[in-house]
Design a protein around this ligand. Structure first.
Ligand code: TUI
Length: 309
C-alpha cells in the first residue's frame, strides 16, 4: 500500500511502531522494519550511550529504515539528539513535549521528523517549524497521554495542516487501520499490539496481562499533576488513585511510580509495576510475530477499504 508516509519514509506498509520506553528496544524495532513497517527504538528515560548501542544493534539486524523516539522529558535528550545525527538515523519521532530546539540539526542532517501531538495547536506549530509529518495520538493510547480522542483529534489535525498525519491511539487491527485512513491519516502508529509481539522482550507476565485485559481494564494515573499515564489497573494504580484522590503531593505519588515501568517490563512485576497499555488491549488476544500482525492488518484493511469485506 502506497501513501504519502510510505513514500516519505521508504517503507512498504504505513504502520509505525510506537516508541515505548523499555519495550521498544532493538529486537522489536528490527522485526517491525524487517516486516515492512517502521521499527522504532524508544529512548524513554535511557542514557544517550544506551541509545547509541541500540541503534548500532538494530543496524546489524536490518538494512531497512528504522527510527528513534526521543521522549523529551529525558534529562539526556540533548545528547540523544546528537547521537541520532552521528549514527545516521533516518527517522525521528518525539513524545511528551515540543522538539523545536532540535529541528534545525535534524533537518540539516536530512532526518525525517514526526513529533507526537495531542492538539491541533501543537500540530500547526510543528508544521510551521518544518517537521515532515505529525503523529496525532488520542487519549486511548497507553503511557503518557493527552485528552482528545483519536476519533476527534485525527480529522481536526488533518484539516489544520498540509503535512501527512499519522493516527495513533486505539488502533490494533485492520478495522482501526481502515478507520484511520477514512479520517484522513496517511499511516498509523501502534504500540500496545507490538508489546505482545513474539519478538518483544517484554516479560511474559506483562504480556499475559495485556492478553487477558478487558475493554475497561485501563486506568489513568497522574491526572491531577499534569502527567496522565494510561496503564492496566493493578495494586499500584489502586493505591496511586486512592492517594491522588486524597490530595497527596506529587513527591509521594512519584515514589510509587519510580522505576515501576522497568519493574513491569523487565521483572514481570504485575502488582507494583506500571503496565502501560492502551484501551485497545481488550481486543488483543494472541501473541504473533510482527510480520504476521502486519500482514493480517494490511489484508483486513485492504479488503475493507476496497469494499470486499
Ligand atoms: O510520550 C508519549 N507516551 C509516553 S512517554 C512515556 S515515558 C514515561 N515513563 C514513566 C512515566 C511517565 C512517562 C510513556 N508514554 N506519547 C506521546 C505524547 N506526547 N502523548 C502526549 C504528548 C504530548 C503532550 C503535550 C506532546 C506534546 C505536548 O505538548 C507539550 C508542549 O510543550 O507544548
Amino acid at each position: 500500500m502506497k501513501t504519502k508516509i510510505t513514500e516519505l519514509l521508504g517503507i512498504e506498509y504505513p504502520i509505525i511502531q510506537g516508541g515505548m520506553a523499555w519495550v521498544a528496544e532493538y529486537h522489536l524495532a528490527a522485526a517491525v522494519s524487517e516486516a515492512g513497517g517502521l521499527g522504532i527504538i524508544g529512548a524513554g528515560g535511557a542514557p544517550a550511550s544506551f541509545v547509541r548501542e541500540q541503534i548500532q544493534k538494530t543496524k546489524e539486524l536490518t538494512k531497512k529504515p528504522f527510527g528513534v523516539n526521543v521522549m523529551l522529558m529525558n534529562p539526556e535528550a540533548d545528547e540523544i539528539a546528537k547521537v541520532i545525527v552521528e549514527e545516521g538515523v533516518q527517522v525521528v519521532t518525539t513524545g511528551a513535549g515540543n522538539p523545536g530546539k532540535y529541528l534545525a540539526d535534524w533537518k540539516a542532517a536530512g532526518i525525517k521528523v514526526a513529533p507526537v501531538v495531542a492538539s491541533v495547536a501543537l500540530a500547526k506549530m510543528m508544521e510551521r517549524a518544518g517537521v515532515d509529518a505529525v503523529i496525532a495520538e488520542g487519549t486511548e493510547s497507553g503511557g503518557h497521554i493527552g485528552s482528545a480522542t483519536t476519533m476527534t483529534l485525527v480529522p481536526q489535525v488533518v484539516d489544520a495542516v498540509s503535512i501527512p498525519v499519522i493516527a495513533a491511539g486505539g488502533i490494533a487491527d485492520g478495522r482501526g487501520f481502515a478507520a484511520a485512513m477514512m479520517l484522513g491519516a496517511e499511516a498509523v502508529q501502534m504500540g500496545t499490539r507490538f508489546v505482545v509481539a513474539k519478538e518483544s522482550i517484554v516479560h511474559e507476565n506483562y504480556k499475559k496481562k495485556i492478553l487477558a485485559a478487558k475493554d475497561i481494564d485501563s486506568e489513568v494515573t497522574g491526572m491531577t499533576h499534569g502527567h496522565p499515564v494510561r496503564q492496566i489497573r493493578n495494586t499500584m494504580t489502586r493505591e496511586y488513585l486512592k492517594l491522588e484522590k486524597a490530595g497527596a503531593p506529587f513527591e509521594e505519588l512519584e515514589h510509587l511510580t519510580l522505576g515501576a515501568l522497568r519493574k513491569a517490563v523487565v521483572e514481570g512485576d504485575t502488582v507494583n509495576g506500571t503496565l502501560m497499555a492502551g484501551q485497545i488491549a481488550g481486543m488483543i488476544k494472541e501473541e504473533m510475530t510482527c510480520a504476521e500482525m502486519i500482514n493480517e492488518i494490511m489484508e483486513q484493511a485492504e479488503s475493507l477499504l476496497h469494499g470486499k469485506a
